[in-house]
Design a protein around this ligand. Structure first.
Ligand code: NDP
Length: 467
């Protein structure tokens, strides 16, 4: 093999194989190694016209030997221990200028830990979104670590990344240490929420309006021509239209209603709690996946309490407007959380830049992200619901969200994500809320004190000794 390269990749699974081919296709030869050698051989054989740009290796030593220093080695293995093991195995083989990039879905705390660990090589944590198709033909890439290390690999990352309509590559350095993996985690949390809200609207059409899957697919396809234009609405139309080759039934009608998850939604929710940054739509989506997995309990619940009455009176246009409102509320929460994290962790997170990176390549790509990028560029620290473009949109769509949620509540359709978005919105638009009662209770039983509305400095109530 005469091909010379400095770029290697470890882990030829779904994402690694696709990413390696993408890198090779963009003109960067790549050396690869996989734990199971047969996978490496098969990958090389199947690389088609890219075979000459792929250097298969059968040990970590030969992978490192195949690379000209300074080397860049991308890890695409499961998050957690496998990443630590690979870093430990590479440590004695690499020099201080060689760079290891963890491109899996790491918990950003792990990336922070690795960045601070004084590794004997350079290290970047990089979120990659877009699934297999994105990795192969153009993902969204969220880099984190030292800026100089990112700049070194930026030409490759920008070449393989998706491009927004204006031609900008969707590959950006987010900040130091775990910033890239943090932004990828919140991306995934928003992905959970987007998917859950679509599923809730699907449920209303299926159970509340007795619509056939094909008709539901038509409705989603129609929405994908308007404000909801997005990858997730597009694939929702496709899956609703698909038929099961075994039975001829609609695919959705044969798929078990128990959702899987790998943890990034949960990490988003946990981190939001630590940051005291409300993301109820994402939290509801994580909760809904957990409830969905409790199939036996749900069936026992239906046997005990009976199925709820199902009919609703709603127009598809109301469902569309409710989904638009829910989406704005969810993203407003997600961006506010990113803003809070930037301040808490000392990252200069560029919110409009993050919206721009998400415009193409990633699972949550959507037309609306263009408007979000513009609104955030206008004022990054203002909540999106207060940006005039989105405030106007919410005024136009929240009444439909309110009707959809109330119909769900009245007729027994669980709509946790949409309902929690609405509850948050109603709190956000209430200048005098009810936490005065909470403060009085806290002072009553715990002498925690409170602030007065009139500014006087009596900090305790007249309730005598706290119990
Ligand atoms: P796969 O299960 O398809 O592939 C995993 C790869 O890692 C295989 O090559 C496997 O090798 C290797 N591997 C597993 N365990 C170890 C280990 N202990 N040491 C060394 N190598 C190991 O996973 P994906 O490609 O789907 O995911 C890879 C990463 O990318 C994960 O962090 C995932 O969360 C993330 N990701 C996945 C996305 C997706 O849509 N699938 C999207 C975005 C990110 P072997 O052949 O020997 O088993």
């Amino acid at each position: 093999m005469t091909t010379e390269t400095s770029t290697g990749l470890i882990g030829l699974g779904t994402m690694g194989a696709a990413l390696a081919l993408n890198i090779a296709e963009k003109g960067f030869p790549i050396a690869v190694w996989n734990r199971t050698p047969a996978v490496t051989r098969r990958f090389h054989e199947d690389a088609g016209g890219l075979t000459d740009r792929v250097i298969p290796t059968e040990s970590l030593e030969s992978l490192v030997a195949a690379l000209a220093p300074p080397r860049t080695i991308i890890l695409m293995v499961p998050a957690g221990q496998a990443v630590d093991d690979q870093i430990a195995a590479l440590a004695p083989l690499l020099g201080p200028d060689d760079l290891v990039i963890d491109a899996g879905n790491a918990n950003f705390h792990d990336t922070n830990r690795r960045a601070a660990a004084g590794l004997p090589m350079r290290f970047l944590g990089m979120g990659v979104s877009g699934g297999e198709e994105g990795a192969r033909h153009g993902p969204a890439i969220m880099g984190g670590g030292d800026r100089a290390d990112w700049d070194r690999v930026a030409p490759i990352m920008e070449a393989i990344a998706a491009r927004a309509e204006d031609g900008t590559p969707c590959a950006t350095w987010m900040g130091e240490a775990g910033a890239g993996h943090f932004v990828k985690t919140v991306h995934n949390g928003i992905e959970y929420a987007d998917m859950q809200m679509i599923a809730e609207i699907y449920g209303l059409m299926r159970d509340g309006l007795a619509m056939h899957a094909t008709r539901i697919g038509d409705v989603f396809a129609g929405w994908n021509e308007g404000a909801l234009k997005s990858y997730l609405v597009e694939i929702s139309a496709a899956v609703a239209h698909a038929r099961d080759p075994l039975t001829g039934d609609g695919m959705l009608d044969v798929i078990l209603d128990a959702a899987g998850q790998k943890g990034t939604g949960r990490w988003t929710a946990i981190e939001a709690q630590h940051l005291a940054s409300p993301i109820p739509v994402i939290e509801a989506a994580v909760m809904a996946r957990n409830v969905s997995a409790r199939l036996d309990e749900r069936r026992a619940g239906q046997a005990r309490f009976g199925a709820a009455p199902q009919e609703v009176t709603l127009e598809p246009a109301e469902l569309e407007a409710a989904l638009i409102a829910g989406k704005i509320l969810c993203y407003a929460q997600g961006f506010a959380m990113i803003d809070a994290a930037g301040r808490a962790f000392g990252w200069r997170l560029d919110l409009p830049g993050i919206a721009r990176v998400w415009r193409a390549g990633c699972i949550i790509r959507s037309a609306m992200l263009n408007d979000m990028a513009a609104a955030l560029a206008d004022d990054p620290s203002r909540n999106l619901v207060l940006a005039s473009f989105f405030a106007d949109r919410l005024e136009a769509t929240v009444p439909a969200l309110r009707r959809v949620v109330s119909q769900g509540v009245l007729h027994g359709h669980g709509l946790p994500a949409l309902a929690s978005g609405l509850a948050w919105f109603d709190m956000m638009r209430t200048g005098r809320g009810t936490a005065n009662m909470i403060q009085a209770q806290r002072d009553f039983f715990g002498a925690h004190g409170f602030d007065r509305m009139d500014g006087r400095d009596s900090h305790h109530g007249p309730w005598g000794k706290a119990g």
